[in-house]
Design a binder for this molecule. Structure first.
Ligand SMILES: Nc1ncnc2c1ncn2[C@@H]1O[C@H](COP(=O)(O)OP(=O)(O)O)[C@@H](O)[C@H]1O
Ligand SMILES: [Mg+2]
Length: 236
Protein backbone atom coordinates (compact mmCIF):
# COMPACT_ATOMS: atom_id res chain seq x y z
CA UNK A 1 0.00 0.00 0.00
CA UNK A 2 1.32 3.45 -0.93
CA UNK A 3 1.82 5.95 1.87
CA UNK A 4 -0.30 8.54 0.05
CA UNK A 5 -2.64 7.82 -2.79
CA UNK A 6 -4.56 10.46 -4.70
CA UNK A 7 -7.09 8.62 -6.87
CA UNK A 8 -9.15 10.14 -9.61
CA UNK A 9 -9.88 13.42 -7.89
CA UNK A 10 -11.93 16.30 -9.26
CA UNK A 11 -11.44 19.62 -7.50
CA UNK A 12 -13.31 22.89 -7.95
CA UNK A 13 -13.09 26.50 -6.86
CA UNK A 14 -16.80 27.36 -6.59
CA UNK A 15 -18.13 26.51 -10.06
CA UNK A 16 -14.71 26.34 -11.75
CA UNK A 17 -13.66 22.78 -12.41
CA UNK A 18 -9.85 22.76 -11.90
CA UNK A 19 -8.58 19.17 -11.45
CA UNK A 20 -9.87 16.38 -13.67
CA UNK A 21 -9.56 12.71 -12.69
CA UNK A 22 -6.10 13.36 -11.27
CA UNK A 23 -4.17 10.51 -9.66
CA UNK A 24 -0.76 10.44 -8.00
CA UNK A 25 0.95 7.91 -5.77
CA UNK A 26 3.59 8.64 -3.14
CA UNK A 27 5.64 5.88 -1.51
CA UNK A 28 7.29 6.33 1.87
CA UNK A 29 10.66 8.07 1.59
CA UNK A 30 10.11 9.33 -1.95
CA UNK A 31 10.43 12.86 -3.27
CA UNK A 32 7.64 13.22 -5.81
CA UNK A 33 7.71 16.32 -8.01
CA UNK A 34 4.65 18.01 -9.47
CA UNK A 35 5.77 20.04 -12.45
CA UNK A 36 3.85 22.19 -14.90
CA UNK A 37 3.42 25.72 -16.11
CA UNK A 38 1.63 28.45 -14.22
CA UNK A 39 -2.02 27.56 -13.83
CA UNK A 40 -1.48 23.83 -14.47
CA UNK A 41 -3.02 22.82 -11.14
CA UNK A 42 0.02 22.18 -8.90
CA UNK A 43 -1.19 24.37 -6.03
CA UNK A 44 -4.73 23.02 -6.28
CA UNK A 45 -3.35 19.48 -6.05
CA UNK A 46 -1.38 20.10 -2.86
CA UNK A 47 -4.27 22.11 -1.42
CA UNK A 48 -6.57 19.16 -2.18
CA UNK A 49 -4.26 16.84 -0.23
CA UNK A 50 -3.98 19.29 2.68
CA UNK A 51 -7.76 19.59 2.91
CA UNK A 52 -7.93 23.27 1.95
CA UNK A 53 -9.83 22.62 -1.28
CA UNK A 54 -11.18 19.10 -0.83
CA UNK A 55 -12.00 17.24 -4.03
CA UNK A 56 -15.66 16.67 -4.87
CA UNK A 57 -14.98 13.28 -6.38
CA UNK A 58 -12.27 10.66 -5.97
CA UNK A 59 -10.30 9.63 -2.92
CA UNK A 60 -7.15 10.65 -1.09
CA UNK A 61 -5.84 7.99 1.25
CA UNK A 62 -3.06 8.12 3.80
CA UNK A 63 -1.95 4.55 4.54
CA UNK A 64 -5.29 3.39 3.19
CA UNK A 65 -7.42 5.77 5.24
CA UNK A 66 -9.55 8.23 3.27
CA UNK A 67 -8.84 11.79 4.41
CA UNK A 68 -11.16 13.67 2.04
CA UNK A 69 -13.47 15.93 4.01
CA UNK A 70 -11.35 16.04 7.15
CA UNK A 71 -10.56 19.60 8.24
CA UNK A 72 -7.01 20.77 7.44
CA UNK A 73 -5.86 20.70 11.08
CA UNK A 74 -6.81 17.02 11.34
CA UNK A 75 -4.98 16.19 8.14
CA UNK A 76 -1.94 18.00 9.55
CA UNK A 77 -2.20 15.99 12.78
CA UNK A 78 -2.33 12.78 10.79
CA UNK A 79 1.14 13.68 9.50
CA UNK A 80 0.74 15.75 6.35
CA UNK A 81 2.56 19.06 6.72
CA UNK A 82 1.77 21.77 4.18
CA UNK A 83 4.11 24.63 3.32
CA UNK A 84 2.06 27.08 1.22
CA UNK A 85 3.60 29.25 -1.45
CA UNK A 86 2.99 32.49 0.43
CA UNK A 87 5.45 31.82 3.29
CA UNK A 88 3.25 32.42 6.26
CA UNK A 89 5.26 33.44 9.32
CA UNK A 90 4.02 35.60 12.18
CA UNK A 91 5.79 38.88 11.35
CA UNK A 92 5.68 40.30 14.88
CA UNK A 93 6.86 37.14 16.63
CA UNK A 94 10.53 36.20 16.84
CA UNK A 95 11.91 33.16 15.07
CA UNK A 96 11.92 31.34 18.42
CA UNK A 97 8.29 32.32 19.10
CA UNK A 98 7.20 31.28 15.61
CA UNK A 99 8.67 27.83 16.25
CA UNK A 100 7.21 27.65 19.73
CA UNK A 101 3.68 28.42 18.48
CA UNK A 102 4.04 25.72 15.84
CA UNK A 103 5.28 23.17 18.37
CA UNK A 104 2.32 23.86 20.70
CA UNK A 105 -0.20 23.85 17.88
CA UNK A 106 0.93 20.84 15.94
CA UNK A 107 3.24 18.81 18.14
CA UNK A 108 1.97 15.25 17.83
CA UNK A 109 4.62 13.28 19.69
CA UNK A 110 5.96 11.19 16.82
CA UNK A 111 8.90 8.86 17.28
CA UNK A 112 11.47 11.27 15.82
CA UNK A 113 10.25 14.61 17.08
CA UNK A 114 11.64 17.85 15.80
CA UNK A 115 13.03 20.27 18.32
CA UNK A 116 14.17 23.83 17.90
CA UNK A 117 17.78 22.60 18.08
CA UNK A 118 17.25 20.04 15.34
CA UNK A 119 15.57 22.67 13.16
CA UNK A 120 18.51 25.02 13.77
CA UNK A 121 20.96 22.30 12.77
CA UNK A 122 19.15 22.07 9.44
CA UNK A 123 18.74 25.85 9.02
CA UNK A 124 21.71 27.42 10.88
CA UNK A 125 20.78 30.94 9.78
CA UNK A 126 17.60 30.66 11.86
CA UNK A 127 19.71 30.08 14.97
CA UNK A 128 21.44 33.39 14.30
CA UNK A 129 18.05 35.06 13.81
CA UNK A 130 16.46 33.43 16.85
CA UNK A 131 15.56 36.72 18.57
CA UNK A 132 14.64 38.55 15.38
CA UNK A 133 11.03 39.23 14.31
CA UNK A 134 9.77 37.00 11.49
CA UNK A 135 8.79 40.03 9.43
CA UNK A 136 12.39 41.29 9.31
CA UNK A 137 13.79 38.11 7.73
CA UNK A 138 14.80 37.88 4.08
CA UNK A 139 12.60 35.91 1.66
CA UNK A 140 14.87 32.87 1.88
CA UNK A 141 14.95 32.99 5.68
CA UNK A 142 11.15 33.26 5.77
CA UNK A 143 10.90 30.23 3.50
CA UNK A 144 13.20 28.30 5.83
CA UNK A 145 11.19 29.42 8.87
CA UNK A 146 7.95 28.35 7.19
CA UNK A 147 9.40 24.90 6.52
CA UNK A 148 10.83 24.80 10.05
CA UNK A 149 7.44 25.65 11.54
CA UNK A 150 5.86 22.81 9.60
CA UNK A 151 8.60 20.37 10.69
CA UNK A 152 7.84 21.21 14.34
CA UNK A 153 4.56 19.33 13.79
CA UNK A 154 6.57 16.16 13.03
CA UNK A 155 5.04 15.49 9.63
CA UNK A 156 5.51 12.20 7.86
CA UNK A 157 4.88 13.84 4.50
CA UNK A 158 5.90 17.37 3.62
CA UNK A 159 3.95 19.18 0.88
CA UNK A 160 6.01 22.08 -0.50
CA UNK A 161 4.44 24.58 -2.89
CA UNK A 162 7.06 26.29 -5.08
CA UNK A 163 9.63 26.77 -2.32
CA UNK A 164 12.25 28.22 -4.68
CA UNK A 165 9.99 30.87 -6.19
CA UNK A 166 11.32 34.41 -5.99
CA UNK A 167 14.53 33.46 -4.18
CA UNK A 168 18.03 34.49 -5.25
CA UNK A 169 20.03 31.71 -6.97
CA UNK A 170 22.44 31.28 -4.06
CA UNK A 171 19.54 30.91 -1.62
CA UNK A 172 17.84 28.44 -3.96
CA UNK A 173 21.04 26.38 -3.91
CA UNK A 174 21.17 26.42 -0.09
CA UNK A 175 17.51 25.42 0.13
CA UNK A 176 18.09 22.59 -2.32
CA UNK A 177 20.87 21.18 -0.11
CA UNK A 178 18.67 21.51 2.97
CA UNK A 179 15.79 19.66 1.31
CA UNK A 180 18.31 17.02 0.24
CA UNK A 181 19.19 16.51 3.89
CA UNK A 182 15.50 16.22 4.79
CA UNK A 183 15.12 13.58 2.11
CA UNK A 184 18.19 11.75 3.42
CA UNK A 185 16.59 11.73 6.87
CA UNK A 186 13.76 9.67 5.38
CA UNK A 187 11.07 12.33 5.12
CA UNK A 188 8.57 11.86 2.30
CA UNK A 189 8.20 14.99 0.18
CA UNK A 190 5.73 16.19 -2.44
CA UNK A 191 7.34 19.10 -4.24
CA UNK A 192 5.32 21.38 -6.55
CA UNK A 193 7.76 23.39 -8.66
CA UNK A 194 8.34 25.12 -11.97
CA UNK A 195 12.10 25.15 -11.55
CA UNK A 196 13.36 21.91 -13.11
CA UNK A 197 16.96 22.54 -12.08
CA UNK A 198 15.87 22.89 -8.47
CA UNK A 199 14.17 19.49 -8.44
CA UNK A 200 16.42 17.47 -10.75
CA UNK A 201 18.80 16.25 -8.03
CA UNK A 202 16.10 15.95 -5.37
CA UNK A 203 13.22 14.19 -7.03
CA UNK A 204 12.70 10.46 -7.47
CA UNK A 205 9.65 10.67 -9.70
CA UNK A 206 7.88 13.33 -11.72
CA UNK A 207 4.29 14.09 -12.61
CA UNK A 208 3.67 16.80 -15.17
CA UNK A 209 0.33 18.56 -14.92
CA UNK A 210 -1.40 20.55 -17.60
CA UNK A 211 -4.91 21.97 -17.41
CA UNK A 212 -5.61 20.05 -14.23
CA UNK A 213 -4.69 16.61 -15.48
CA UNK A 214 -1.58 14.42 -15.38
CA UNK A 215 0.08 14.48 -18.82
CA UNK A 216 3.24 12.60 -18.00
CA UNK A 217 4.68 10.49 -15.23
CA UNK A 218 7.98 8.77 -14.87
CA UNK A 219 11.22 8.51 -12.97
CA UNK A 220 13.33 11.65 -12.68
CA UNK A 221 16.03 10.00 -14.81
CA UNK A 222 13.58 9.20 -17.58
CA UNK A 223 12.10 12.69 -17.45
CA UNK A 224 15.51 14.39 -17.60
CA UNK A 225 16.47 12.33 -20.65
CA UNK A 226 13.31 13.36 -22.50
CA UNK A 227 13.79 16.75 -24.16
CA UNK A 228 10.52 16.37 -26.02
CA UNK A 229 8.47 16.15 -22.82
CA UNK A 230 10.18 19.22 -21.41
CA UNK A 231 9.55 21.20 -24.60
CA UNK A 232 5.93 20.15 -24.80
CA UNK A 233 4.81 20.71 -21.22
CA UNK A 234 7.31 22.98 -19.53
CA UNK A 235 8.87 25.40 -22.01
CA UNK A 236 7.48 28.88 -21.51
N1 LIG B 1 -9.27 30.79 -5.93
C1 LIG B 1 -9.44 30.46 -7.21
N2 LIG B 1 -10.64 30.61 -7.82
C2 LIG B 1 -10.83 30.26 -9.12
N3 LIG B 1 -9.88 29.72 -9.89
C3 LIG B 1 -8.66 29.53 -9.34
C4 LIG B 1 -8.38 29.89 -7.99
N4 LIG B 1 -7.08 29.59 -7.74
C5 LIG B 1 -6.58 29.07 -8.88
N5 LIG B 1 -7.52 29.04 -9.85
C6 LIG B 1 -7.36 28.51 -11.21
O1 LIG B 1 -7.06 27.14 -11.12
C7 LIG B 1 -6.14 26.75 -12.11
C8 LIG B 1 -4.98 26.04 -11.47
O2 LIG B 1 -4.31 26.92 -10.62
P1 LIG B 1 -3.14 26.48 -9.65
O3 LIG B 1 -3.52 25.20 -8.99
O4 LIG B 1 -2.84 27.65 -8.79
O5 LIG B 1 -1.95 26.20 -10.69
P2 LIG B 1 -0.38 26.21 -10.47
O6 LIG B 1 -0.11 26.10 -9.02
O7 LIG B 1 0.10 25.04 -11.26
O8 LIG B 1 0.12 27.50 -11.04
C9 LIG B 1 -5.75 28.03 -12.86
O9 LIG B 1 -6.52 28.09 -14.04
C10 LIG B 1 -6.17 29.12 -11.91
O10 LIG B 1 -6.54 30.28 -12.62
MG1 LIG C 1 0.98 27.32 -7.78
Amino acid sequence: MALLEVSHIDTYYADSHILFDLSITVEAGEVVCLLGRNGAGKTTTVRSIAGLTPPRAGAITLRGRDIVGLPPFRIARLGIGFVPEDRRVFPNLTVHENLEVARRTWGNGSASPWSEERVFDLFPILRERRRQAGGTLSGGEQQMLTIARTLMGNPEILLLDEPSEGLAPIVVETLREQLGRLKASGLTIVLAEQNVRFVSDLGDRVYILEKGTVRYQGSMARFLADDEVRRTYLAV
